[in-house]
Write a protein that binds this ligand. Sequence first.
Ligand SMILES: *[C@@H]1O[C@H](CO)[C@@H](O)[C@H](O)[C@H]1NC(C)=O
Ligand SMILES: *[C@@H]1O[C@H](CO)[C@@H](O)[C@H](O)[C@H]1NC(C)=O
Ligand SMILES: *[C@@H]1O[C@H](CO)[C@@H](O)[C@H](O)[C@H]1NC(C)=O
Ligand SMILES: *[C@@H]1O[C@H](CO)[C@@H](O)[C@H](O)[C@H]1NC(C)=O
Ligand SMILES: *[C@@H]1O[C@H](CO)[C@@H](O)[C@H](O)[C@H]1NC(C)=O
Length: 452
Amino acid sequence: MELVPRVPSAPRWPLLLPLLLGLSAGAAIDWPTEEGKEAWDYVTVRKDAHMFWWLYYSTNPCKNFSELPLVMWLQGGPGGSSTGFGNFEEIGPLSSNLKPRNTTWLQSASLLFVDNPVGTGFSYVNDSNAYAKDLATVASDMMVLLKAFFSSHKDFQTVPFYIFSESYGGKMAAGISLELYKAVQQGTIKCNFSGVALGDSWISPVDSVMSWGPYLYSMSLLDDKGLAEVSNVAERVLDAINKEQYKEATQLWEEAEMVIEKNTDGVNFYNILTKSTPTSAMESGLEFLRSHLVRLCQRHVRHLEGDTLSQLMNGPIRKKLKIIPEDISWGAQSPKVFMNMEEDFMKPVVSIVDELLEAGVNVTVYNGQLDLIVDTMGQEAWLRKLTWPGLSKFSQLKWKALYSNPKSLETSAFVKAYKNLAFYWILRAGHMVPSDQGDMALKMMRLVTQQE
Ligand SMILES: *[C@@H]1O[C@H](CO)[C@@H](O)[C@H](O)[C@H]1NC(C)=O
Ligand SMILES: *[C@@H]1O[C@H](CO)[C@@H](O)[C@H](O)[C@H]1NC(C)=O
Ligand SMILES: *[C@@H]1O[C@H](CO)[C@@H](O)[C@H](O)[C@H]1NC(C)=O
Ligand SMILES: *[C@@H]1O[C@H](CO)[C@@H](O)[C@H](O)[C@H]1NC(C)=O
Ligand SMILES: *[C@@H]1O[C@H](CO)[C@@H](O)[C@H](O)[C@H]1NC(C)=O
């Protein structure tokens, strides 16, 4: 998920972590009996910057892992943890209650979760100057990690490698994919890079913000007056971005959210049909830190009442992993991760997607119908800005309906693909597509990785 917004100057949730640690100490775990092969480690990607990764070998009963793709999952934020949220709340083998997940992607791929940028999840920095401040650093850090990973896991060098992402993770995935493509060409990283999938991705922030009003209006979540207010603040965001005043754009973005919150009686930015932010998102600490006092208060009270994912990661999981430094808490540095990327946050990366398409990299865009923060209209808007020559042919195509299982009559998605660009409209899903529509998300992953 999970654009974590600018954090007020004194971020409060890290202070809660020692408490949570106390609560979770000695928690009993019931590990499911069937565990597949796993591996994890740190890679020092720069001086004072240590990145954590966690690999699960596919558990497909009929196929060896070497016959299935490897999927790297990148969470958003920046500051959201792939090893925590993506793994336990979206696509990994177990839920945050350690119950098996029926729709885990592990049945059709091996999964690599990486906590990036450094400072996210179990990744950490030793010096506050070591946080990444821009996408270029995020991408070059990941190149160091992937080079180390593929050198030490040679079995995976020939396995098709795909990057899937969500939210801000999509922006990072675009930048990382371009660098990875170059590294593979130059022979500096040995891997079978086969494509990137951008889920509810922060590719062009201004196109998201500009479509918030019309989208909400069409869904009966704004009246004329509200639409005028939202459009007004959106125009100011546009103006700031046109002037390349990115910090100001980030502040105005927050303001736009508050205008929406006020006019919609507090719509959930991650799924417009559910009133409050899903508890899981709140708990993971990845939700927008609203400057709104009431919201903040709610968040913190909830944190104190119980934070399943944080307790899991800081309790049983760190015990299992054994290599997490004693003074590092899962997620404790993530507000700093966001703050350090503030300047970069509102910058678009449409031109990077263009470069990927030009280079022949397979690019998939997928988006949840009920997502507001990165709504589908906004994705279509930046897509129209591509200079890729295939765009006009792509646009002329008709979409095709998809069903998550052959017996179902209920349409689950629409898809359109031309050459190396594909777009999936995922119905009845919000921002966290695999959480909301697990069957369809799994099917889409299998389609993207050429398994169906
Ligand atoms: C699975 O593939 C790996 C790498 O190719 C190989 O070393 C291993 O023996 C295979 N395992 C089985 C059960 O075939
Ligand atoms: C998972 O699949 C099993 C077997 O098909 C089914 O009984 C169970 O209800 C499913 N669980 C969920 C959460 O859908
Ligand atoms: C870096 O930080 C980790 C975690 O806080 C700590 O265990 C380690 O000793 C530190 N290393 C240096 C060189 O300061
Ligand atoms: C990459 O994966 C594809 C699909 O499995 C395979 O055909 C191809 O030979 C692989 N390429 C390399 C360089 O390993
Ligand atoms: C890339 O996409 C094209 C068009 O859908 C497909 O034919 C090709 O197999 C894909 N390549 C990989 C490596 O997924």
